[in-house]
Design a protein around this ligand. Structure first.
Ligand SMILES: C[S@@+](CC[C@H](N)C(=O)[O-])C[C@H]1O[C@@H](n2cnc3c(N)ncnc32)[C@H](O)[C@@H]1O
Length: 398
């Protein structure tokens, strides 16, 4: 057998899969599920012959492409709604697509488990078919594919031209190079309404299936205890998109004292449909003075990873001047990259940040340094239960 690794390594990987799977079955711990997944992927890699492994890698963009085409063809919604075996001709008829073209798409979808091949040219829904009817998943595929792929394809060329320096700055990254624009993604997106809508919808689901911080962070002990009574602002979601995170907070803590404020760019706040009796909407700019003074909590999810260190310094300095020393807390929900054995999701996300924002994900030491320079001290890094975002609890330095 000629594979990537000798057979004793395959045996070892097989044992690792079994051990982690057994532990997961016994304990239902997320860490065991992730370990089993990693070992299983290692086993798949090891079983590939090296030359074929390169083939799979090089041809794998066709997977996302066929999923993207299948969304347009209505394949996932049709199979899910019908919930029975559906012949190819009926699937193709939904958008009057060519039979041959639809079959070419279906081969890939069956190969990656996004549909089941029930019989020759007859298909059924799988768990993944149903997942692809979820509006957040659809928006993610559309956004990453439609907006990200053209830039991704140009990234190696961009890096060659920049002598492989790690680029930074919202106005001079690979997106600007690929799209021939001289503005940031945040002013460019609104001029492409479909892109903007997919971006903001994707943001609503950007934790995937990972548990919300509200499930595992001690919100009561660290934030609510000691908060001033009604009238004062309890929490500002700084650049909170359409307000999904603040809404989740309001639902989880309906009796928490104080006001909740959603801040974002005017066009984003405008399209938010959150209940305005509980959540106040405030258009704002990250680079201008923070309009809400002395809140108990300033929450920022996936904001600082959008910007370079220099831009973040400006954002954090504006924020710091709104803080009440000894009372206001900064709660940052972001990935904290491990120095070794980094979770694959986080490593991939890091490249998407380069693609869209010319920015990056950060390690513990990079977060500490960034916050320190802007006048904050880290109280505690709270690791997540799995491979998702952690919480960085910070406050003004003494
Ligand atoms: C990656 S999204 C994160 C949204 C939300 N916090 C979440 O996690 O779903 C970044 C957000 O920053 C907002 N944003 C970008 N530039 C901004 C600026 N200059 N001022 C205020 N908000 C801005 C965008 O509109 C977007 O909603």
């Amino acid at each position: 057998m000629s594979t990537n690794v000798p057979s004793e390594s395959i045996d070892k990987l097989h044992d690792q899969v079994s051990q982690s799977l057994n532990a997961f079955k016994d304990q239902h711990q997320e860490a065991d599920r992730l370990a089993a997944l990693k070992a299983a992927q290692g086993l798949v890699n090891a079983l590939q012959k090296p030359q074929d492994s390169v083939y799979h890698l090089a041809y794998s963009p066709t997977h996302a492409m066929c999923v993207r085409i299948a969304i347009d063809l209505g394949i996932f919604t049709t199979l899910t709604e019908r919930n029975e075996p559906v012949p190819l001709a009926e699937l193709a008829a939904v958008k009057n697509a060519s039979l041959i073209l639809t079959e070419r798409v279906m081969r890939i979808l069956a190969g990656i488990g996004y549909v089941e091949e029930h019989d020759t040219r007859v298909y059924m829904a799988t768990t993944m078919t149903r997942q692809m009817t979820d509006r957040l998943s659809i928006a993610m595929v559309k956004f990453i594919f439609d907006v990200g792929m053209p830039t991704l394809a140009k990234l190696p060329e961009f890096l060659r031209r920049h002598n492989f320096h790690n680029p930074a700055g919202a106005l001079n990254g690979p997106l600007q190079y690929a799209e021939k624009i001289d503005e940031s993604v945040w002013t460019w997106l609104p001029r492409n309404p479909e892109y903007l809508d997919n971006c903001n919808t994707f943001m609503e689901g950007d934790r995937g299936a990972r548990p919300s911080w509200l499930e595992w962070f001690p919100v009561k002990e660290r934030l609510l205890d000691g908060a001033r009574p009604d009238g004062d602002v309890l929490m500002v979601d700084v650049a909170g998109g359409r307000g999904h995170d603040l809404l989740a907070f309001a639902e989880k803590f309906p009796h928490a004292p104080g006001r909740l404020v959603l801040e974002d760019l005017p066009h984003v706040v405008d399209e938010s449909t959150v209940d305005t009796t509980r959540i106040e909407k405030k258009p704002f700019d990250l680079f201008k003075p923070q309009p809400v003074q002395g809140a108990r909590v300033y929450y920022m999810k996936f904001i600082l990873h959008d910007w370079s260190d220099e831009e973040n310094h400006r954002i954090l300095t504006e924020l710091a001047s709104a803080f009440t020393r000894g009372y206001s807390k900064l709660i940052i929900e972001e990935f904290v990259l491990a120095d070794r054995d980094c979770a694959m999701l986080q490593a991939m996300w890091d490249w998407e940040m380069l693609i869209f924002c010319n920015s990056m994900e950060r390690s513990l030491s990079q977060w500490t340094s960034l916050l320190d320079k802007a006048g904050f001290k880290v109280v505690k890094f709270w690791p997540p239960p799995g491979d998702g975002q952690g919480i960085i609890e910070a406050e003004l330095k003494d």
